[in-house]
Every structure is written in structure tokens, then in C-alpha cells.
Design a binder for this molecule. Sequence first.
Ligand SMILES: Cc1cc2nc3c(=O)[nH]c(=O)nc-3n(C[C@H](O)[C@H](O)[C@H](O)COP(=O)(O)O)c2cc1C
Ligand SMILES: [Fe+2]
Ligand SMILES: [Fe+2]
Length: 390
Amino acid sequence: MINKAIEISEGVYYVGVKDWNRRLFDSLIPLPQGTTYNAYIVKGGEKTALVDTVNPGFEKEFEEKINSITRVEEIDYIIMNHAEPDHAGAIPYILKKNKKAKLITTEKGSKMASIFYNVPNKRIKVVKDGESVTLGNKTLRFIEAPFLHWPETMFTYLFEDKILFPCDFFGSHTAFGFYDIEEIIPFAKRYFGEIMMPFRNMGRKALNKIEELEIKIIAPSHGPIYRNPEKIISFYKKWTNGETEEKVIVLYVSMWGSTEKMIKTLVDVLLAEKIDVCLYNLVTSDIGDIAKDLVDSRALVLGTPTVFGGMHPLAMYGAYLIKALKPPIKYFAILSSYGWGGGAIKQVLDILGSSKIELIDKVEINGPPTQKDYEKIIQVGKKLVEKIRG
Ligand SMILES: Cc1cc2nc3c(=O)[nH]c(=O)nc-3n(C[C@H](O)[C@H](O)[C@H](O)COP(=O)(O)O)c2cc1C
Ligand SMILES: [Fe+2]
Ligand SMILES: [Fe+2]
């Protein structure tokens, strides 16, 4: 391997790594195209800073890239925008080789650096929101961005080059491409749904904070670098605002086909009204795809048979995902088939009843659907369409 730093602006170098073959993140999220852990060296006239590090296991490759333009021992500041190990995991390795560098982080970040990485206090420089550090002819400004993705997170802005280093924010899990690639938006949206959607309010606040900055390059810590940041910023505005489309996400599971027949009937009503439908059979679905479509769906239809007096476990997973990811969905309907006593719908309501999503209707049938059941479902579909169209 060549392991060389790549210059992205004068004195600013990409020293991150590509994890081409990783297929799962957080033991949860599928990564169809792997991911990257982006890190950057900023060389000023007097001092050198490293912005973020890499996932454990990539230290050697990372070190060689850094050493191709400076020496690890010569770094003056290590900026820890976020304490999660995919970005901070190589900090102990760097601090062991480099005896002088200070770790720059937020107050909350300093506690995490000591808990996660045993960084002693004397090696940490805590910065406040808006504070700057000069590297000589280059100035780094720190912007607190709590919960994007953990409470300690901050962005770093390189004033002279107009580069924003927002760590996870604006990121995407793909190892493909280097600069803005045409196919990036679906990956960025998927990532937003998985990681940022529960913190939409925080995302909005952060977007307001960076509004006054002139940004030429967004250099996130996963996925390609944006040299034309307007597009991703405008999508982030829409996504953080919770703007939805005339679109329904359908999550269902069916053991013997009854719930599936109910679901398909309702879907036909929606399609006849030209409402967009994304249908996921929870048996085979990729939850990253589901997360992507949760970002702008206006309604949800959940289908589950009764299993042991409650929901099918896969439907439970789907419902729990909705509760945890807090999508901007406004309306939902539940369809369910049971054999003798039912109970699935009650459990759906236990999970989603306290959310802000309005229940439009529920249909619980015994066994396979009859003509009368289909008629009921068609009515539910019509009600949903009315609500969706406002
Ligand atoms: C493993 C298993 C457990 C079930 N548990 C219940 C139950 O506790 N209560 C109930 O009313 N029906 C129960 N049923 C029956 C199903 O809910 C019923 O067959 C339903 O019509 C299946 O819908 P589907 O065709 O969409 O899978 C169970 C079925 C299976 C296979
Ligand atoms: Fe993270
Ligand atoms: Fe990350």
C-alpha cells in the first residue's frame, strides 16, 4: 500500500482510511459499500493539527499517511470532534508516540477522553463554543454541536480555507468516491436516518450556527468530501425540519400470508391515488434502507400477525426502531391477523401509543381476510390518503 496523505486545500491533507469490506456498523447497521474514517492534517505556519483519528485496527496505515507529510511526533494538536471509537479510537496510539500534543475537545469530550481512552487531564485542552486556536497562518474555530452524534460532539472550522470538519454530521457510510459523487444523497440520507434523525432539533440548531460561515468544503468523517456543499446543506435543512413527502412506508411481517394480503390491499389503494409507497417485509429488509425512507415518509402502515399473544418479534423490532429513530411521520395504521385471541395490536399501541404519530385506524381480523375485511381496509386506505393530502 502507498499510504500517502492527499492534499485537499493548501496545507490541508486527507489522512483517513477506507474500510472497504466492513459490512456492519454498531452491530446494527448494514454497510453495503463499507465506510471510511476520515481524518485530516492541517499544517499552519507554526503548528500542525490532526482533526479526528481512525477506527481501531487502522493505526499503522493512518500513521504512515501522517508521516508522509509531517511526523506523528510533531503534531501539536489532536482535535477530538467526537469521542466515538470510529474517530477517536486511534488517539491512545498517537498520544503514545507523540509526547507533546494537546488533545482539543469540549468539556464533555474531556471526560469521555479520560473514560474511554485514559487521556490524562494535563494533555487535554478544553475549548468552549466559538473559541479559536491559531496554527500560525491558519485558524481553527470550534463549534459545539451536541448530540451530533454524542453529547460531547463539536465541529471544527478552518477559517482561512473555509473548510468545515463536522465529524459525523453530513457523513455517509460508503467507501466509494473521494469528492462529491452523484450517488451520494441516498447514502447521506440513509446515514441521516440511522444516526441523526433522533436529534433533528439539535441538527437544526447546528445548521443555524453554521449559517453565518462561508463554507467552501465540508470534510466529514465518513464518506466523500463535499466541494459543492450547497446541495447536502439544503437536504439537511429539509431533513432536520422533518419535511415529509406524500409517501407511506409500509413495514410488515406475515407467517401464512393473511397479514400480507391485508397489506397489499391497502397498498393498492395508496398507489391508485398516486401516493409513493416503500414496502419492507421485515424478514428480509435492510434497516438502513428503512431508516432512509423514514426520513421523509408522511405515514406508516405496520402489519403484524399475533404471535404468542403479541406482535411478531420482527414487527416488534420495526416498531421499536420507529420509537427510537423518531421519524417525522404524522399518521399510522395497523393491520393484523390472529388465530384465536389476538393481542398484536395492543402491543403496537403499547410501543407507539405515546409517540406523536396519530393513529388513523386499525384492522384486526381472524384468519385470512374476507370480502368484508377487504372493504374495511379500502376505507382505511382512503382515510390515510385524505390525511396525507391534508
Ligand atoms: C408461532 C405462532 C404463534 C401464534 N400465536 C398466536 C396467539 O398467541 N394468539 C392468536 O390469536 N393467534 C396466534 N397465532 C395464529 C396467527 O396469529 C394466525 O394464524 C394469523 O392469521 C397469522 O397471520 P399471517 O398469515 O399474516 O401470518 C400464532 C401462530 C403462530 C405460527
Ligand atoms: Fe458517531
Ligand atoms: Fe462516526
